[in-house]
Design a protein around this ligand. Sequence first.
Ligand code: AKG
Length: 233
Amino acid sequence: MRRLAAPARVRALRELAQIHLAATIGPVELEADLRYPGAPASREALGGTTTRRLLQATARHPAFRDWACTPEVVTPLRQLIGPEVMLSQVHHNCVMTKQPRFSSVTRWHQDIRYWSYQRPELISVWLALGHESAENGCLSFLPGTHAMEFAREQLDEAMFLREDLAFNQALISKCLTPALEAGDVVFFHCRTFHAAGDNRTDEVKLSLVFTYHAADNHPLPGTRSASVAPVAI
Ligand SMILES: O=C(O)CCC(=O)C(=O)O
């Protein structure tokens, strides 16, 4: 949805994210911890302290939480998942950053791979806080994959889509890489395969991401998804 967030709101959220990033206000996830392709090899390596995610966005500042609960976001979510929408505190709920020099590549994956719910029906809402394109590591999507079944063999041990298989290659050849401008929002299903490149520009890329599910789609007891109660919107 183009320009869903008003420019003044985007500016405020971006400035806030920049302040939190510059001061490394925790909790954060580091590129080095994730070890994706292109990430520094360890926390001690050059660039090893590069932040990848500013975690727990809703608890960081009311402005982040306000965006997560704003009618511009919640109205389309109700159309997609029903009248009672829950905001996860465990999944995404972060400012995703891609920094110059030390950012990594995220290979093709479904977000549901590490999430545990009664039904694999969650929606992530990605707000661009600035320009996003292939050059600075924007998201690419494989359209329709949320409704397809995948055999375990099509995925590697870490549940990334294997790029050495002809069937997967044919799917990947149909990928869409929509450039985003500040204020643009992507709503995407937790089973939609997506990937992202590294940031080859001189400017940090910042995006705000939240995940939602229906109130009657409960996290499975004992899993990480059930570790913090969601917020009813
Ligand atoms: O920005 C990226 O590298 C991709 C983020 C992503 O797909 C994820 O965290 O699930």
